[in-house]
Design a protein around this ligand. Structure first.
Ligand code: GLN
Length: 306
């Protein structure tokens, strides 16, 4: 496995310049596009890493897996009255479907859906407390108290997140946000600004590869059925309008973020995180996707066969 990821890292390193780093969040535009890391954690306790696997980066939408898991813990299936479970077929920050669908976002991984999830996590809390709860959960999953929020990134997005403000205001007009837009966006921007390394991210995803139990600590994070459903949503919606192609090429559940990170889950076997900041046309890591495609092919990993 180590030789395999080293080979993949070596082969694809030269292609990191093909993608485009997200620049609509000014702070993200400063990242070196040549960064490239891969980390694997297996459910039986082995770790492998290659390249920049220990450098923290902005996890952005990968955080939506964590907030979805927390929100389901809080309100259970009632969440599905406010957020759908269908792929959107539109860009991650699109507003078009919201008008036709009465302010109910298609799924919890597009921005609109994750903003509703933030609103759910805000219930009974001040934004600071909700953000603290999310961060504590991520630290617990990764078994790492060193994980922090990059406040520069959060500020940068707060200053420029006009589309997200539009989505939030629009949903508030439909009654699908229960708190003040500024408060909800505060929670959303801060969880997107969590900084983690590939190694930390891979550890934090292990519970999804192990029927809801973190194999490192033995703690049950969610019931088996919930882990399965979160994996299903990652497979169908985790790469926005690129989800079909990702399932076709890679074939395992995964969640991407515009920071260039992808967290992928191989049920029963492993959790994998990759990071390469250059994005493809759908806003998913270009080389990260290629790396997961190569890894899944070489290792024979797929949820569609065994
Ligand atoms: N914070 C980013 C945004 O709202 C997250 C998007 C992403 O990672 N796809 O635009």
């Amino acid at each position: 496995m180590q030789a395999l990821i080293d080979k993949i890292h070596d082969t694809l390193r030269a292609r990191t310049s093909e993608g485009r780093v997200a620049d609509y969040i000014p702070e993200l535009a400063k990242i070196d596009p040549a960064k490239f890391g891969i980390a694997i954690e297996t459910v039986d306790g082995r770790s492998y890493a290659s390249g920049d696997a220990d450098e923290a980066f902005s996890i952005q939408s990968v955080s939506k897996m964590f907030t979805l898991t927390l929100a389901l813990g809080k309100v259970g299936d009632a969440l599905w009255q406010r957020v759908g479970r269908e792929p959107s077929g539109t860009a991650f920050n699109s507003i078009v479907q919201l008008e036709h669908e009465q302010g109910i976002p298609r799924n919890p991984f597009i921005n609109a859906g994750a903003i509703v999830v933030s609103d759910v996590l805000l219930a009974g809390h001040q934004p600071r407390e909700a953000i603290g709860e999310i961060l504590r959960f991520v630290r617990f999953l990764a078994e790492d108290e060193g994980i922090v929020i990059d406040s520069k990134v959060a500020r940068s997005e707060t200053a420029t997140g006009f589309r997200n403000a539009a989505l939030a205001n629009y949903m508030r007009a439909f009654g699908n946000l229960h708190h003040a837009v500024e408060m909800v966006l505060g929670v959303y921007f801060h969880h997107c600004a969590i900084a983690m390394s590939c190694r930390q991210l891979a550890r934090s995803g292990l519970f999804l590869a192990n029927n809801g139990i973190n194999p490192l600590s033995g703690f049950r994070v969610v019931q088996n059925e919930r882990a399965r459903r979160i994996n299903a949503l990652m497979l169908t919606c985790g790469h926005y309008d690129g989800s079909g192609d990702f399932a076709f090429r890679v074939g395992i559940p995964a969640k991407s973020g515009v920071g260039g990170g992808i967290l992928a889950v191989v049920p029963g076997l492993a959790s994998v995180a990759v990071w390469s900041p250059g994005l493809n046309a759908h806003g998913n890591s270009h080389v990260g996707s290629l790396a997961l495609e190569a890894l899944a092919r070489e290792a024979g990993w797929s949820v569609f066969s065994r």
